[in-house]
Write a protein that binds this ligand. Structure first.
Ligand SMILES: O=C(O)CCC(=O)C(=O)O
Length: 293
């Protein structure tokens, strides 16, 4: 969930910081995995395949509770990558994204007393970001901009949020954002997870395919499902020729366990209905035999 103050802040700025989401032990663990696989060292790097822990992090309960407010009950995971910068990296300053970009995958809207987002990104900071260090920058409020204009990174309204290692920054891709070269002695390393409403995909969904079989919890499985309107899944049955009912999966998937329950109930219901049909057919055959003899 998000408090009213948090919603107000996110609505005003287009991003929000949650403090101390990852413990020092978790940060050590992440860095050890990345270092031992020699996966870091690049401006953008892949890490998701390195350890099942990264699937657990995808389904972090505190993060999901916030994302449910931003993306609705059927949210899905889209893709993830890491970023690393040192003060010798040659990283061009950049600002990009903004409202209604990327074939409308980036949007922010508030209607019917509810926040609605397209793609949303979660940045886990693995080191402190002090004022002026560089890294993530954005133009607060630009997710609601009405004038088509892409400011330069030295635009006076650009901010470079300060973070502590373990903090989580969530932003809507409708926000104009980007990077500034890194100035601090200590290198910058972040993990970035992207999420979307259930029916929206940004990254080609083949990206998620290798991880589906590795998902170890119902919530992880739900997050990795291909994009579609949440309740319309493969259980959608039109074999009886009737117009499909959109209530086949009526309960929302997570973070509660109810989806497992509803799927099990649905499976039992289908099997029972099938057996009942077979029994009925058998009885009719029997009846024919009795009355024709
Ligand atoms: O954190 C950064 O340096 C920039 C991240 C970014 O631009 C993005 O994920 O689209």
């Amino acid at each position: 969930m998000m408090t009213t103050e948090e919603m107000y802040e996110f609505d005003l700025n287009g991003y929000i910081v949650y403090r101390n989401v990852l413990s020092p032990e978790e940060i050590d663990k992440i860095n050890t995995i990345i270092d031992s696989a020699e996966a870091g060292g690049k401006r953008k790097f892949s890490f998701f395949h390195l350890d099942p822990y990264f699937l657990d992090l995808m389904a972090h309960p505190q993060t999901l509770a916030v994302l449910k407010v931003m993306l609705g009950d059927w949210l899905r995971f889209d893709h993830a990558f890491g970023m690393e910068m040192s003060n010798t990296s040659r990283i061009p300053e950049d600002l990009h994204a903004g409202p209604l970009q990327e074939q409308l995958a980036f949007f922010y809207q508030w209607s019917q007393n509810q926040m609605r987002n397209g793609l949303v990104k979660v940045i886990y900071a693995l080191n402190d970001v002090n004022p002026g260090d560089g890294g993530f920058i954005c133009v607060p409020g630009s997710h609601k901009a009405n004038v088509k204009y892409m400011p330069k990174p030295d635009f006076p309204l650009v901010v470079n949020p300060t973070l502590k290692a373990g903090d989580m920054l969530i932003f809507t891709e409708a926000l104009v954002h980007g990077s500034k070269p890194w100035k601090a002695e200590q290198r910058r390393r972040v993990l970035i997870y992207s999420y979307a409403p259930g029916c929206l995909v940004w990254m080609n969904n083949d990206w998620c395919e290798p991880y589906r079989s590795l998902a170890s919890t119902p919530v992880q499985k739900e997050l990795l499902r291909p994009p579609h309107v949440g309740y319309c899944d493969q259980n959608f049955d039109i074999s009886d020729g009737r117009f499909p009912r959109a209530s086949i999966r009526s309960s929302v998937p997570f973070p509660k366990d109810e989806v497992v329950h509803s799927r099990e109930v649905e499976d039992v219901y289908k099997k029972t209905r099938h057996s009942a049909r077979l029994l009925l057919n058998g009885l009719q055959e029997l009846r024919k035999l009795i009355f024709s003899s």
